[in-house]
Write a protein that binds this ligand. Structure first.
Ligand code: ADP
Ligand code: ADP
Ligand code: MG
Length: 707
């Protein structure tokens, strides 16, 4: 079935199985025109990723950067690097086209995010004579709207979720539509992406509030707040199909990916093949995905996303992403192909390198692959993004089955201007179970100090029994919250080692800087060695916590020997040494422990046996009193670096617990800061438009309020 040249290809396709390469009728045979230079209109790991393949095939790459990105890895990766200045300039299509022409680039690779799904940009590139490495702008436009695309899919026989995606945007009318669809419903920005502009309305009572909130987020993120309403599937899986089409009319599916493990409607773990999927459903999904691509005369790489109803076994078209996807390496692992290479081949006018049959054979031989997205974010605080310098970075060793796609090296800054993804870790093994085990082991080797990351959380998901069994759904994290967010006690040996490490690091510093001031209370000297007391507290991951302080007394008895007392428990004659990479190796009577200790002012980050621990050096209570340091419990602090979007209260207002106080924006995400307790607002410290550092007071309460 290699040549389906009939104009009625669509009806044929819908019934076809996934087994053959599909061809659509094509008008003229395209001319092959090799690319020799490409501008990469993106940043971070995807810019590096594209650059790697382009260079491998002798294509000159020009990279773009902005002021905050001037020293970033992608900016340094090519001898041709152009500064666009303003942090938002990656979105300035006209300027980027101008740069491409001036620099003599033939093609533009948009990566993902930014301009990758902007039909106006794609069109302007084409009109400027540049080879846009992506689908024709008409296909982007057709799929760019979550409403229009559903009309096209319905016409092409691809099942869509019941819902309203029309033009009447009157809130009451939308509410009446919700009524007829039946609650719960999902509100989505038709121009939306990245999980933004989406809200669930569980009951008619909350419909209008949720609508307002989705619209506001959509306006801020996409400059458009047109909404659609659809049935909310209660137990869904996210399954997507990687498709590829060339200019010769060939279209193939490169397998599916299950991306059900999500937070804030955004993926964090993606795998292929999708676990427990019946073969006929798999084939049906592939067939429908190709039908979707062909319905818009697709070319290049695309992903057709489906929502799979775990309760009924039905699946529905959700949207098509007309670009390469963040999780494309999963597919590269299970097919053994370089998808950026495929994109270049298609853009040059070449034919797809493999047929559907060849792809299926590959997939059946190459086992399972899984990707973990490593983000600077705090899972315990609703996955709030973090930023800042990467003080320490150690990664697992890449092999043919362990791959790391990262945009950073140690010392780089995770900027609050952009997406907080630090890296992607992708592994492959013969079976899903073996892949999961490999992923967990690799995550245990991953050490990042500086911004808080989701690595510890990802490790917990890897061993979560239902996930291991392949029982996935998009609400997984919520459903298994208790298990995934369980806290473990810190062992006294770790506290002891932190204290020994501080002492060793300090004596190293003192040797080189006599004016260096120490961070613990000096409680005595003996035989030329120090005796010190440190007060350590586990940094409460959820920002609240009631961690108690642990007093650790450490006494050096020889250059490498220490007696330590942790909350009354004694460890005598612990020999310890510190190496150049901040690793402390200690021989306790019963065990040897090696721990990496990174200190950032009063914060300590420790890595031991595949786990990260975060501690804070606190001042003993008596010292705090003596210095007159007062608690700031009367203020509500910014949880991350942010911009104040709105202040919802005025000075003198009486507020209730959980009432919205301030709406902030950070890394393109809106967060509502709610009142921690009932009280009276004494002062608005920061107003609309202010940029705040993490820990800055946003509003202050009047005194004597109880919490
Ligand atoms: P995917 O389905 O591939 O996860 P998303 O819709 O989540 O697609 O967006 C793709 C990626 O593009 C995001 O994960 C993010 O890295 C990047 N991205 C999207 N929007 C922006 C933006 N405004 N600024 C920076 N990066 C962005
Ligand atoms: P985005 O463009 O932001 O990626 P999608 O439409 O692809 O938006 O949806 C993102 C995620 O939201 C999906 O992966 C899924 O988890 C969830 N989702 C989307 N539509 C529904 C629905 N109708 N019912 C339940 N969950 C949904
Ligand atoms: Mg999506």
């Amino acid at each position: 079935m290699r040549a389906l040249r009939k104009p009625t290809y669509l009806s044929r396709l819908i019934s076809c199985s996934g087994a053959s390469t599909i061809r659509r009728s094509s008008t003229a045979t395209p001319v092959i025109k090799p690319l020799t230079s490409v501008l990469i209109a993106n940043r971070g790991e995807i810019a590096l990723r594209v650059g790697r393949t382009a260079s491998e095939y002798g294509i000159r790459t020009t990279t773009l950067y902005t002021d905050p990105d001037a020293r970033s890895q992608h900016a340094l990766s090519s001898p041709y690097a152009i500064n666009l200045g303003d942090p938002t300039a990656y979105l300035d299509g006209d300027r980027i086209i101008e740069v491409a022409k001036r620099e003599g680039c033939e093609g533009i690779h948009p990566g993902y995010g930014f301009l990758s799904e902007n039909p106006t940009f794609a069109r302007k590139c084409t009109e400027a004579g540049l080879n846009f490495i992506g689908p024709p702008w008409q296909a982007i436009e057709a799929m760019g709207s979550k409403s229009q695309s559903k009309d096209i899919m319905t016409a092409a026989g691809v099942p869509c979720i019941p819902g309203y995606h029309g033009s009447n945007q009157d809130p009451q009318y939308l509410k009446s539509q919700a009524e007829s669809i039946g609650y719960p419903v999902l509100l989505k920005a038709v121009k939306g992406g990245g999980g933004k502009g989406m809200r669930i309305a569980k009951t008619p009572d909350e419909f209008l509030d949720q609508l307002a909130s989705a619209k506001s987020e959509a306006r801020n993120s996409f400059g458009d707040d047109v909404m659609l309403v659809e049935k909310y599937i209660i137990k869904p899986r996210h399954i997507e199909v990687q498709v590829f089409a060339d200019k010769h009319g060939n279209c193939v599916a490169l397998g599916e990916r299950d991306c059900s493990i999500q937070r804030r409607h955004q993926k964090i773990l993606e795998e292929s093949p999708a676990p427990h999927l019946k073969e006929e459903v798999r084939q049906d999904l592939w067939g429908k995905a190709r039908a979707a691509a062909l319905a818009v005369n697709y070319e290049g790489a695309g992903t057709v996303e489906f929502i799979f109803d775990n309760d009924t076994g039905e699946f529905f078209f959700m949207e098509m992403n007309t670009r390469l996807q963040v999780e494309h390496p999963v597919t590269e692992m299970v097919t053994g192909e370089d998808l950026v290479r495929w994109q270049l081949i298609v853009a040059e006018g070449g034919k797809l390198p493999l047929t559907q049959e060849e792809i299926e054979r590959r997939i059946s031989e190459r086992g399972a692959a899984i990707e973990a997205r490593i983000y600077a974010e705090n899972p315990d605080m609703n996955f709030i993004p973090d930023s800042g310098p990467l003080l320490h970075l150690r990664t697992p060793t890449p092999t043919s089955t362990v791959r790391i796609d990262a945009g950073f090296v140690a010392g780089d800054e995770v900027s609050s201007h952009y997406d907080p993804m630090i890296a992607k870790l992708i592994v492959r093994a013969e079976t899903r179970q073996a892949a999961l085990q490999k992923l967990r082991a690799a995550l245990e080797e991953y050490e990042i100090a500086g911004p808080i990351t989701n690595i510890e959380f990802l490790k917990k998901v890897c061993v979560s029994p239902a996930f291991v069994a392949g029982d996935v759904e998009t609400g997984y994290i919520e459903k298994y919250r208790d298990e995934l967010f369980m806290r473990e006690e810190i062992k006294p040996e770790l506290m002891a080692q932190a204290a020994i490490g501080l002492l060793l690091q300090e004596s190293k510093k003192v040797k080189s800087d006599p004016l260096y001031s120490s961070s613990g209370a000096i409680v005595g000297f003996g035989a030329g060695y120090q005796q010190r007391e440190f007060h350590l507290i586990e940094i409460p991951a959820d920002g609240k916590g009631d961690s108690t302080t642990t007093a650790v007394r450490v006494r050096q008895t020889a250059p490498q020997a220490f007696d330590v007392e942790v909350n009354g428990e004694e460890f005598i004659n612990v020999t310890s040494n510190l190496d150049a990479s901040n690793r402390i190796t200690s021989f306790y009577p019963h065990t040897r422990l090696s721990t990496t200790l990174i200190q950032d002012e009063d914060r300590l980050m420790l890595f031991q046996q595949g786990k990260q621990y975060r501690l804070q050096l606190t001042m003993p209570k008596w010292a705090e009193k003596a210095l007159g340091i007062k608690d700031v419990t009367n203020s509500v602090l910014a949880p991350m670096p942010c911009k104040v979007l709105r202040v919802e209260v005025k000075e003198g207002d009486e507020v209730k617990k959980d009432q919205p106080l301030v709406v902030i924006e950070s890394m393109k995400m809106e967060t509502v800061i709610r009142s921690p307790h009932d009280g009276v607002i004494a002062k608005i410290v920061h107003g609309k438009g202010d940029l705040c550092k993490a820990g800055t007071a946003l509003v202050e309460f009047a005194e004597e309020m109880s919490s």
